[in-house]
Design a protein around this ligand. Structure first.
Ligand SMILES: Cc1ncc(COP(=O)(O)O)c(C=O)c1O
Length: 379
């Protein structure tokens, strides 16, 4: 018999009080009651994003928010610079290609962060590029890209916007939308917002609005101009995902009560304790500039990372994530996002120790757990 634990980087575990809130009897979306909720949620999102910009809420997974950003900001034949350092960077390129945008790709070795100098060179060589697309945190590799530096760079280029996929980063660590000049920022409900899948949120700066107003790519549902009009009436253009937005209200209320700084410290503790444990076990981290959202571990020589994931899921009841694309089998990933606390991390570390031992890797059981416990006790 197992107790089930969800420790993959999305979908993540959801707090019981949020699940309870979402299961309350449904209300109508064109009603003063829902408008009041939506107004609160929009204010909460501005707090989370640290922005004065509008933040739109779309009924889709995170990829829908990425697609919405491309089709609302660009026009056929436009050029964009894409940071491709993992599965989700590749998605930006695929979206651009789908819509006839010519993408100048900056290929980054998986596990590395983009070098801002490479983006600067690409911008110098392509001054007509309308946008730079990047991830704040590339979930497939665990890498944190330097979006603050990129934002500063693009401030001096009035015709190019910075579009940031912060789907697994927003709320995890510091991301200052306005202060850092992040023009379009995408998030999704089932990652750092600790909700079930189904919502994408996108903020749009004044600089980006200039492109939105000129954009001629085809769009119907994902339409920022329609959403902005609806927002003036305290509603959404089409039927919103009512229950998820009510859940989002609960999450944002908790975030405001707790404070962003405390939330960032929480993720930092979980992340650093886990990384300390992994190192104590003699294992290697995959990301060279790791984010606090997940810990990505290189499978030791002779061990298939997918086997570790399988043992945890099928024998211990614990879901973590494996590698994607060419990293499949080579890494495994433990989440720090979602409704998790330090005790959950000790469970994940203990399970990894046991699975590795089961697979014949020499580990001293308890060594990683002890290192993490010592970290938690000291921090
Ligand atoms: C950084 C990042 N971008 C985009 C996505 C895609 O989001 P979704 O699966 O919600 O469409 C994910 C999902 O793992 C992600 O982590």
């Amino acid at each position: 018999m197992h107790k089930r634990y969800l420790m993959a980087p999305g979908p993540v575990s959801v707090a019981p009080e949020v699940l309870a809130k979402m299961s309350e009897p449904l209300i109508h979306h064109r009603s003063p009651q829902f408008s009041a909720i939506l107004t609160d949620v929009r204010e909460g999102l501005k707090y989370l994003y640290q922005t004065e910009n509008d933040v739109f809420i779309l009924a889709s997974s995170g990829t829908g928010g990425m697609e919405a950003s491309v089709i609302n900001c660009l026009s056929p034949g436009d050029k964009a610079i894409v940071v491709r350092g993992g599965k989700f960077g590749e998605r930006w390129e695929e979206l651009c290609t789908t819509y006839g945008i010519s993408s100048v790709n900056i290929d980054v070795t998986w596990g590395d962060a983009v070098d801002p100098a490479d983006v600067e060179s690409a911008l110098d060589a392509n001054p007509d590029a309308k946008a730079v697309f990047v991830q704040a945190h590339e979930t497939s590799t665990g890498v944190k890209h330097p979006v603050q530096e990129l934002g500063a760079m693009l401030r001096n280029r009035p015709d190019t916007i910075l579009v940031v996929d912060a789907i697994s980063a927003m709320g995890v660590y510091e991301l200052r939308t306005d202060e850092w000049g992040l023009d379009v920022v995408v998030t999704g409900s089932q990652k750092s917002l600790s909700l079930p899948p189904g919502l994408a949120m996108v903020s749009v700066s004044d600089k980006a609005w200039k492109l939105v107003q000129k954009s001629t790519l085809p769009k119907y549902y994902f339409n920022f101009l329609k959403e902005r009009k609806a927002l003036g009436r305290q509603t959404t253009a089409y039927t919103p995902a009512v229950s998820l937005i009510i859940g989002l209200g609960e999450v944002l209320k908790n975030i405001r009560d707790t404070g962003l700084e405390t939330l960032h410290t929480h993720h930092k503790r979980l992340s650093e304790a886990t990384k300390t444990a992994i190192t104590a076990l003699g294992l290697e981290l995959f990301a060279r500039t790791p984010a606090e959202a997940i810990t990505v571990i290189k499978a030791p020589e002779g061990i298939n990372g997918q086997e570790v994931v399988k043992i945890l899921r099928e024998e211990y009841g614990i879901t973590i994530a494996g590698g994607q694309a060419h990293a499949k089998g080579k890494i495994f990933r433990i989440s720090h996002i979602g409704h998790l606390c330090e005790w959950d991390m000790l469970i994940a570390i203990a399970a990894v120790e046991r699975a590795l031992k089961q697979l014949g890797h020499p580990v001293e059981l308890g060594r990683g757990v002890a290192a993490a416990e010592a970290y938690f006790a000291d921090h």
